[in-house]
Design a protein around this ligand. Structure first.
Ligand SMILES: Nc1ncnc2c1ncn2[C@@H]1O[C@H](COP(=O)(O)OP(=O)(O)O)[C@@H](O)[C@H]1O
Ligand SMILES: [Mg+2]
Length: 169
């Protein structure tokens, strides 16, 4: 669990709309140097009408359901060799939006790496995908150019965003 101070910072980040990135599943807010908040979209949001239905025509889940889905999926990835952010706790804004407070990963996207770093990132990506498959999930989208960050100091690739992963059987 995070400290009361960190939770207060999260509420402040929402009030100040400290958005760092906005994607298909939600938006990422800066809370502290080490903590980011992912606030989820859901069927109640009409921001991405094209995403209202998944490929199999399943209706989209609510933001709360999406949040719980990603949080619980993270808990299924038990292998400590798998590098994905720690998900500290669920979070609800004063306006009833739902999200996850998570560990901030320090790193660069693969497209910004030099050739040597990129080679290493690709190698680790394959390794990570294999370990994740052992936990019962296929990484989607299956490219190191999306949803990854490479920490150049430690030479380590981290995977983000478990939302589109596919359960194997
Ligand atoms: N824990 C994190 N640490 C650092 N950057 C992050 C973290 N989570 C997300 N980001 C940044 O925000 C972007 C969008 O986050 P992501 O979880 O992929 O959202 P979406 O599901 O909307 O694609 C990522 O590509 C990454 O640049
Ligand atoms: Mg993403």
């Amino acid at each position: 669990m995070l400290s009361k101070k960190a939770i207060e910072s999260a509420h402040r980040a929402v009030a100040e709309n400290n958005v760092l990135a906005s994607g298909s599943d939600g938006r990422i807010l800066y809370v502290t140097r080490n903590v980011y908040l992912k606030l989820m979209w859901g069927s109640e949001h009409e921001i991405f009408p094209a995403d209202q239905f998944k490929d199999d025509n399943e209706p989209q889940l609510s933001a709360r359901e999406n949040t719980i889905l990603e949080f619980e999926r993270r808990n299924e990835i038990y292998n400590p060799k798998i590098r994905i952010p720690k998900y500290h706790q669920l979070f609800e804004t004063e306006e009833g939006e739902h999200g996850i407070l998570m560990q901030r990963i320090f790193g660069l996207p693969v497209r910004e790496l030099n050739e040597k770093q990129r080679e290493e990132a690709f190698r680790q990506y394959d390794q990570q995908c294999e370990l994740i498959e052992q936990c019962g999930y296929r990484v989607i989208p299956s490219t190191p150019y999306v949803n990854t960050l490479f920490n150049t100091q430690r030479g380590r690739l981290f995977l983000l965003d478990l939302m589109d992963w596919e359960k194997i059987n």
